[in-house]
Design a protein around this ligand. Sequence first.
Ligand code: PA5
Ligand code: NI
Length: 199
Amino acid sequence: MKKKQDIPFTFGVNIPDATLDKYDNHIIRTLSSMQGQYFDTESYEAMLLEDDQVLYEVFEIKRPEIAGELLTGLSVVHPGKVGDEFFMTKGHFHTVLETAEVYYCLQGEGYMVMETPEGDWAVEELRPGRVLYVPPRWAHRSVNSSADEDLVTFFVYPGHAGHDYGTIEEQGFRNLVVEKNGRSKIIDNPRWRHQEERK
Ligand code: PA5
Ligand code: NI
């Protein structure tokens, strides 16, 4: 008899409401977990005084966090802005840098903002039906650019990848996604300081 974890299993990604019919873990990230990440710190502090609102949620299917396994789940970024900057995830490098990730967009509209430790950067659009391949070494952050709809993506990444949040907390991402004249615009982050340059 196989161990329970080695038996194939299925789960449903419900269409069109873009939800999982089962999951093992539900992570809720609120405004207070994004300290120092939004450019407009005044708006950030003012919003936080009002309400520590939920910015995004992650629904995970649990598997052993080891090489050979794959971790899957849904990421749901709610609509909204801090100042002109759209709601987004914390973003991270994988602790094991040489690990990739695949995102499949199910609902909404937005961007994946990405960069490497070498200073390369890329921003790709996310919309329903698009698959994004994030190669090894690329930090990634999803941004919801819709005024009223959740950005929902299904993700898959290696079990041993791990999350390095600290590097992004310190240096930020090179690009910001803001609203300008009713449209989303990708701009340089004036506060971005590449790791190498800080040394
Ligand atoms: O592993 C991933 O990249 C995703 O599952 C993210 O964890 C998810 O989108 C939430 O983002 P973050 O982990 O940066 O808070
Ligand atoms: Ni990741």
